[in-house]
Design a protein around this ligand. Structure first.
Ligand SMILES: *Cc1c(COP(=O)(O)O)cnc(C)c1O
Length: 349
């Protein structure tokens, strides 16, 4: 392969045998071609959508979103049931949030994660039960924390020592007891089929494993906060459970130590379950990943002789990714000659 070739095309990208194929793992299952060669999504012609709304247009297939939400709920539900615990699946709103999507996923039994005041208001406007919302972020403002406590948010995932003090003061002033999880940097970072496990991780989110123990101790001193569990999020586009299992081992280690200071009902393993962006992506089915994660937590708890906590997770793209299609209209098409004999075609939208 020449240097100029590799600069033009990523190595994994091969010319498809049929460029117009709707790859089943990428498109909504309702997408298909009709006789004139155009595409229908959920029984609606893309030309009708263009005529009605214009382009570019972002289209979501409701049935597809609901099906993925149910599948994630059932995958973790079945894995948890085998171990006699409960599971909580939070839709990670950052993947795509609108009031309709909130309504669909909550009707399918999912809780919702938000990470800004705006997302919080969208979730509430979409009818989410505040008690089933989680609030994330490394830089939540005092106003955001205030609003979260005011609406009775289910849990706040605290990310720094100063946030603990701010949140405790707000809850105290409001006479509330706020449930919190503690975000941990486990040192495990995963993507596709690989993961990296280090002792120290340079990233802005959360507490180190040692710092988390101090944070939990502080939370337990504060009457306006209630520590409910540890949280970690190890990456995105993760195709199997290996990285989750390593992270779970580290989390359960800390979780076991912390049990000396009181019971801990929950362990949250975050999101990052991968999807197919192209035909070459091959994520394992979510059922297999859920089993891998929940079984790993069960094993780690058994080794340490501790009761197994309920397990929470936060899938985002795996719920909405395959359901979303963006419609563009092709404008200018231009061929550009590069060097001796190579040519690239630019298709502008
Ligand atoms: C981004 C994010 C998620 C969801 O990630 P996906 O790759 O969309 O599943 C879940 N939890 C946290 C804390 C995140 O930052």
């Amino acid at each position: 392969m020449s240097a100029s070739h590799s600069a033009l095309v990523p190595e994994w990208l091969t010319a498809p045998a049929e460029a117009n194929e709707l790859v089943a793992s990428v498109w909504p299952s309702s997408a298909h071609r009709v006789d004139d060669g155009s595409v229908e999504i959920a029984g609606v012609s893309v030309f009708d959508l263009r005529d009605r709304f214009g382009t570019p247009l972002y289209v979501l297939d409701e049935d597809e979103v609901r099906a993925h939400a149910r599948r994630a709920r059932d995958a973790f539900g079945a894995a948890a049931e085998r171990h006699g615990i409960r599971s909580h699946v939070y839709y990670a709103g950052k993947a795509f949030l609108s009031t309709e999507v909130v309504r669909w996923v909550t009707e399918e039994g999912l809780a919702v994660d938000v990470c800004t005041r705006g997302e919080l208001e969208v979730a509430l406007a979409g009818g989410a039960d505040p008690a089933r919302l989680g609030f994330h972020g490394n830089n939540k403002s005092v106003a955001e924390l205030e609003r979260a406590v005011e609406v009775g948010i289910g849990s706040v995932v605290v990310d720094s020592p100063i946030e603990i003090e701010r949140l405790a003061a707000i809850a105290d002033r409001r006479g509330a007891v706020q449930s919190v999880l503690v975000r941990v940097r486990t040192g495990v970072h995963a993507e596709t089929h690989a993961f990296l496990a280090t002792a120290h991780e340079d990233q802005k989110f959360g507490f180190s494993l040692a710092g988390a123990a101090d944070a939990v101790a502080r939370i337990r001193e504060l009457p306006s906060l209630r520590f409910v569990g540890l949280h970690a999020h190890i990456g995105s586009q993760i195709f199997d459970s290996a990285g989750f299992r390593e992270s779970a081992a580290r989390l359960v280690d800390l979780h076991a130590d912390l049990l000396a200071g009181g019971e801990i009902p929950l362990l949250n393993v975050g999101g990052g379950f991968g999807i197919s962006y192209t035909s070459v992506d091959d994520p394992r089915p979510i059922e297999e990943i859920a089993d891998g994660i929940v079984d790993a937590i069960a094993d780690e708890c058994e080794v340490r002789g501790i009761p197994m906590p309920d397990v929470a997770c936060e899938p985002g793209r795996v719920i909405v990714g395959q359901a979303g299609v963006t419609l563009y209209e092709v404008g200018t098409v231009k061929k550009v000659t590069i060097g001796e004999e190579r040519e690239r075609t630019y298709v502008s939208v």
